[in-house]
Design a protein around this ligand. Structure first.
Ligand SMILES: *Cc1c(COP(=O)(O)O)cnc(C)c1O
Length: 364
């Protein structure tokens, strides 16, 4: 039986989208392709409230994260970390031989603007990296407020991993002054994994020109050269692009505000369920993600068993990430999920939890 995915990536891909993915192939150097490429870019500019350029990249989101480290850090990077994906970005910078420092908060807590201000005030940094929605813990960092702080430092290039928030939460790229805002397809866009996009500012491109050893596959200047012709340097995943174009039409037709409000309603529904069912919210109050909910497993439910039973009924959620595996569980509510569908999952969960005996912690 297919399990409907309520995990924070990949999320459920609906049958109409799967069908569009099967559109007959076209050549990537044809006019037909370039037209589609151009359409996708302008729709993404609408979604992101930006006039910045948009790159369409055939890789998972991590590819663009690496591209940012590699293309943009000249002096020293400041990484703000509140979970696994932030950790990974820091690791990517250091593995690429970049000078980088990590500023971390306790798991479940958000990055605060003051912390960013204090780091940047040292004058040591030319690039800032932050995860908007930290999927490992379900924290949504206060991007708008952080962006206002970063703006005070015009020499700093500002990169945002919006993999699990783009197309789920409103991100006003130009108003906030984000230089690179990146995401992959398998979260808010509700498409299969393997493709990614970013917006990029002229400031970021100017920086890139000063940075050496950018490689080829992820060189922003190579991207830029082809972007001018509505093409990509290498053969792109055209199938993803058929589906992305289709998906963006759906989002724009729903209306951006309606779309973002539906996601907010999903998160309110899920949070209420968590509290009504005597669990706690894992994340710092006021910084809960809108695209997913992380519950603290205060009732000591056997999450493995819960998921096994949900699987038999055609659903799947996620355990906590890494060391939070038994201590929390995560429910994603982004993409095309409707409130009715989420409620269906939650009522099945409620029934299943009643039948499970609490987990007895094994001492090692
Ligand atoms: C899923 C995720 C990633 C990784 O994206 P890939 O497409 O798997 O490379 C990075 N950052 C965040 C916040 C994510 O949720």
């Amino acid at each position: 039986m297919h399990k409907k995915l309520f995990i924070p990536g990949p999320v459920e891909v609906y049958p109409d989208v799967l069908k569009v993915l099967g559109t007959p192939m076209i050549g990537h150097r044809t006019k037909e392709y370039a037209d589609m490429h151009g359409q996708i870019k302008s729709k993404l500019q609408q979604l992101l409230y930006t006039k910045n350029k948009i790159y369409l990249v055939t890789s998972s989101g991590t590819g663009i994260m690496e591209a940012c480290s590699r293309n943009l850090v000249n002096k020293r990077a400041a990484h703000f970390v509140c979970g696994e994906f932030g950790e990974r970005w820091f690791e990517i910078s250091t593995l690429n031989g970049k000078e980088a420092d990590k500023f971390s908060v306790e798991l479940g807590k958000a990055i605060k603007p003051k912390m960013v201000d204090q780091a940047l005030a040292t004058g040591k940094y030319d690039t800032v990296f932050i995860t908007h929605n930290e999927t490992s813990v379900g924290v949504m960092n206060p991007l708008k407020e952080i962006a206002a702080v970063v703006k005070k430092y015009p020499e700093v290039v500002f990169c945002v991993d919006a993999v699990s928030s783009m197309a789920g939460a409103k991100i006003e790229v130009d108003a906030y002054g984000i230089d690179v805002c990146l995401a992959s397809m398998q979260k808010g866009f509700a498409l299969p994994p393997g493709f990614a996009i970013c917006s990029i500012s002229n400031k970021a491109l100017e920086r890139t020109k000063q940075v050496k050893n950018r490689g080829y596959y992820f060189d922003f200047l190579v991207f830029d050269q082809f972007d001018a012709k509505n093409q990509t340097p290498t053969t792109p995943s055209v199938s993803h692009m058929f589906a992305l174009n289709y998906q963006l039409d759906k989002i724009l037709k729903e209306g951006l505000d309606n779309h973002f409000n539906r996601i907010k309603e999903l998160s309110a529904t899920c949070r209420k369920w968590v509290l009504d069912n005597r669990f706690k919210l894992f994340t710092e109050p006021g910084y809960e993600s809108v695209t997913m909910t992380t519950a603290e497993n205060t009732r000591n439910v056997d999450i493995n068993k819960l998921n096994e039973e949900l699987g038999k009924r055609g659903y799947m959620i996620s355990a906590g990430y890494g060391k939070l595996k038994d201590k929390s569980f995560r429910i994603a509510h982004m993409g095309e999920t409707t409130v009715a569908e989420l409620k269906e999952l939650l009522s099945v969960m409620e029934e299943v939890i009643k039948t499970l005996s609490p987990l007895v912690e094994s001492k090692k």
